[in-house]
Design a protein around this ligand. Sequence first.
Ligand code: N01
Length: 551
Amino acid sequence: MTQPAASPRGTVPHEIDTVVVGAGFGGMYMLHRLRGLGLSAIVFDVAAGVGGTWYWNRYPGARCDVESMQYSYSFSDALQQEWRWSEVFAGQPEILRYANHVADRLDLRRDMRFETRVTSAIFDETAHRWTVRTDRGDVVSARYCVMATGCLSAARMPDFPGLASFAGKTYHTGQWPHEDVDFTGLRVGVVGTGSSAIQSIPVIAAQAAHVTVFQRTPNFSIPSRNGPMPDDYAGSWKDSYAERRAEARMARTGILAYPNDRSAIETPEAERLAVYEQRWESGGTTFMAAFNDLIFNKASNDTAAEFVRGKIRAMVKDPAKADLLAPDSHPIGTKRICVDTDYYLTYNRPNVDLVDVRNAPIEALTPDGLRAGGKEYAFDAIVFATGFDAMTGALTRMGIVGRGGEALADKWEAGPRTYLGLMTAGFPNMFMITGPGSPSVLSNMIVSIEQHVDWIAGCLSHLNMRQLDCIEATLPAEDGWVRHVNEVADTTLYPSAASWYMGANIPGKPRVFMPYIGGVGTYREKCDAVAANGYEGFALTGPTNAAVAAE
Ligand code: N01
């Protein structure tokens, strides 16, 4: 795909209203809103361009599993009317083109500084300002910091002994090279069977001489049924975007999934199977909306899980492989459900092997390949589809220091603590977009991003109008929110799975269910109520060196 030519890096002011970290969909829209408020802003990103997740995840087969008509900005009708998606589920290159199109249309890049990593952000309690430093030597004093760092941006490479000794090439799906990778004629090992692996394995297998997949935990995957975007389908969305977007904003996941408000277990079996069959045929993550209790009731969940296991057994010809691929360790949907194109059928190819490493783990990389369960496997290339230090990794690695010299990494040692996923006590004027404690990864990310950015913009405008210069979550509000997030999670089956939602994929990371599962619409209402009540649960203070402003 074509990327705009790199322009000379502009200057970085010493003082600014707002530093935004991250030039993905969150940072891009935040910059646009800040400009609208008349606030000066600069955006830093390690990448050489906009797009965030879609800049980095260029692995073969990378594709969004939210429908294109719903995975796009809604804030500008002109934008949503003019953009034409070529497929029902857009691939990574097309989504990145869309991000670049938005950056062009809104002239965003002039306030962005790429290939620049923020190395620290330290709050000055006297001046009520953040000092932000970068690896380019920039030092910026900002009133506000907005962390638009993404939930799945800190790629995780397991600490295998001998990693550097492997003579072939290694790749991580989340840090894929920009140039084409050609696996033709090669023996390729793929580690992992999460969403990234499930999307990339069929594409790699079609090219490589041989693929060996190392699976620790089998995952549930639903066919995407992707295809070219039908004109009449796109047209029907464009004709009614206003109503459909409004509905999606209040939907549980921010996606119009046409939920079925019936219990799976209370529905007669023949009828239940017909519902699953119809959802399977239409494809995609909305399979989980087949019944209203799949994430609450284990017996109901078992019916959906068994249906999908049956499909896997019907698709995979080798019964031993089918058994290995049929998930049995977690309720369906409690680890992020995957969406695929020909994933299970790929295991019928003669050039694809599956190795179970659940009880015989990968021990080391060797010069020739890797060793698992005492057996040697030889490869020319190894693809690590091993995921991310999700939700907190990008934030805790950044050197963020709040009041009293407290590091965010220390404050969150036992798990992230936020108020509404938007702010964390002790870190005034620092906002997070889709932070832990908000629906974020359980939702259509663009819907959640727009909601957070709009809320933050409203908050900054409120501060400005009242000549206040500091907002901070209070500890009691934060404690109450964390309690609520946990209580809601505990009404579901989610905490029973060793998922990255729980931090379970990172050795030593505390097991805390990080996103808010109360639903996108419910969450929006709570955030709006907090704002309407004068930013209840936040302490708002007046200009530096002045008395606390009276409301
Ligand atoms: O990462 P993952 P991902 N030895 O953490 C395995 C989003 N996304 O990049 O399950 C052996 O899900 C690990 O095994 P286990 C989406 O939200 C969206 O695939 O921990 N295996 C697992 O199988 C998704 O959930 C889209 O036992 C090891 C895999 O590596 C999230 O990103 C597309 C291992 C990691 O799976 C992350 O997905 C892609 C080890 N030492 C991603 N360490 C779409 O929109 C880890 N594993 C379509």
